[in-house]
Design a protein around this ligand. Structure first.
Ligand code: ADP
Ligand code: MG
Ligand code: ZN
Length: 495
């Protein structure tokens, strides 16, 4: 039987604020000695009072605005009570009845990633956001043998929980959603978005139903996914498992599953317990949260252009392909770097679009290649956008050819010098002088009489070989267009 896949995603985003949600302990606990980022408030000591982190509220509103949500103007905190050793207070301060942000949506470009590569082909999908609210993180438990260890450094770190409507219809859409969300929180500076470090934790709820049916099937929830690939693979696995089960007349049980990355399978962690009674009630130690007009307007004014808007502007104004626009806008610093190259190049180019295209070729080609070989991020790159534009201008003005330019760029990447300085110091300027190149062509033809004969007898492929010989004689500095033209003429003369 054929099935439709129904997925709703619950995501926790750990904020990169300086301090925790309700106390002044550092929110940056990465690598810290266990239980050193703690105080009576985040350890849940009786009588210790919470204070709201204003920045964390602003970050949540920024994410809400980026997700086209309505922003609640009057809301309050609630206690979600449950007992677990990583939760020292015995309750989590959260938002339940009135989330700070609600009723939004996100548009994402969905690509088929089964080949392992990003492709040009894609479609745009709208996924509704049910809510995005603020809460605090728990501590962390580690189990070893018969012992368990608890570290409260993470206890009280600000979290944003984002819940979608069940609008996601495939593993690729889930991947696209989470990767777009990750790009957004990074653009906003709200979170590192690193799934590997648990700063972004996406949990798909998913079910199948017979194609065309309008009632939902029983859902399972998948937890502990620490990469985008794991999200996609676990969903793909569950689709297969559940459809096989349903085909055989079986029933899906409502369970919470984990993903075993090494084996590539989901494992049942627990059966759905009865609905929790969290005994939500308003937090008596905190005042209600009121977002006034002036505050909201000030936050709106700080919103940057977001990845998808940038993507669409690059395609529209720069004439970039969907693929180039996507890879150039996923990361904000990369997009800004690229735009600076375009701005530096445009006044010297035929048009902005021409400048934009060659800048895109260099950034997505040579720059990305060298960055990935060096394991460098854009912040590490020594070549300034103006210097890269300078290099491209040397190619455009035919001072150097493209192969020389690639070598020069490698040196710039390693040492950060200007292209012109390298070209002058090494005498790399391209030779376009026709007399000098005519002589080179004659030398090459005289040195390879057999190939010349064969070419004249009809073996056209040897032309490239002869071009290569002339290039060699110029040590790669010959202007390739001029060389080809002179070579053709010299060969025609010998017919
Ligand atoms: P629960 O009460 O079990 O946590 P919610 O109604 O809060 O369920 O929904 C949690 C997430 O699961 C949401 O993202 C929602 O869109 C999604 N969801 C709800 N029902 C289904 C279903 N039958 N199949 C897939 N996803 C679902
Ligand atoms: Mg729920
Ligand atoms: Zn604290």
């Amino acid at each position: 039987m054929e099935y439709d896949v129904v997925i709703g995603m619950e995501t926790h985003v750990e904020q990169s604020t300086r301090s925790k949600m309700f106390c002044s302990c550092s929110a940056n606990f990465f690598g810290a000695e266990p239980n050193t980022n703690v105080c009576p408030t985040c350890l849940g000591m009786p009588g210790a009072l919470p204070v709201i982190n204003q920045r964390a509220v602003e970050f949540c509103i920024m994410v809400g605005l980026a997700l086209n949500c309505k922003i609640a103007r009057h809301t309050f905190w609630e206690r979600k009570s449950y007992w677990y050793p990583d939760l020292p207070k015995g309750y989590q301060i959260s938002q339940y009845q009135y989330p700070l942000c609600y009723d939004g949506y996100i548009d994402v470009d969905v690509r088929d990633l089964s080949s392992g590569n990003w492709t040009e082909e894609h479609y745009r999908k709208r996924i509704r956001i049910r809510r995005a609210h603020l809460e605090e993180d728990t501590g962390k438990l580690t189990h070893a043998g018969n012992s368990s260890f608890v570290d409260y450094n993470r206890s009280g770190v600000p979290l944003i929980e984002i819940v979608t409507e069940p609008d996601i219809a495939s593993a690729d859409e889930a991947y696209a959603y989470l990767s777009a969300l990750r790009d957004i929180v990074r653009y906003l500076g709200v979170s590192s978005g690193d799934m590997e470090k648990g700063a972004l934790r996406g949990e798909p709820n998913m079910s199948l139903r017979p194609k065309g049916s309008d009632t939902f099937g029983t859902k399972v929830e998948i937890k502990n996914l620490n990469s985008l690939r794991a999200v996609r693979d676990s969903i793909a696995y569950e689709i297969k498992r559940q459809s096989r089960l349903l085909d055989e007349g079986g029933q899906v049980r409502q369970v919470t599953m984990g993903w075993d990355d090494a084996r590539g399978v989901t494992v049942t962690q627990r059966e759905k317990e009865d609905a929790h009674d969290y005994r939500y009630f308003p937090e008596p130690d905190l005042p209600p949260l009121v977002i006034d007009d002036a505050w909201l307007e000030a936050i709106k004014a700080r919103m940057p252009e977001l990845p998808l808007e940038k993507n669409d502007r690059f395609m529209r104004d720069f004439g970039l392909s969907g693929y180039d626009a996507m890879v150039l806008t996923r990361d904000r610093a990369t997009a800004e770097y690229y735009e600076k190259v375009v701005a530096a190049l445009s006044p010297h180019a035929q048009s902005e679009k021409v400048a934009a295209k060659s800048a895109a070729n260099w950034v997505t080609g040579e720059l990305f290649r060298l960055m990935s070989a060096a394991g460098a991020s854009i912040e590490d790159v020594k070549v300034t956008p103006a210097q890269l534009a300078g290099l491209i201008r040397l190619v455009d003005s035919k001072t150097i050819n493209i192969n020389t330019a690639r070598q020069v760029f490698e040196e710039m990447f390693a040492g950060g010098q200007d292209a012109r300085a390298i070209v002058e110091a090494k005498g790399l300027a391209q030779v376009s002088d026709e007399d000098a190149l005519s002589k080179v062509v004659e030398d090459a033809l005289n040195a390879n009489p057999q190939q010349v004969q064969a070419y004249l007898a009809g073996n056209e492929k040897l032309f490239q070989f002869l071009v290569g010989q002339t290039m060699k004689l110029t040590k790669g500095k010959g202007n390739p267009q001029v060389l080809q033209r002179l070579l053709k003429a010299a060969l025609d003369k010998r017919r």
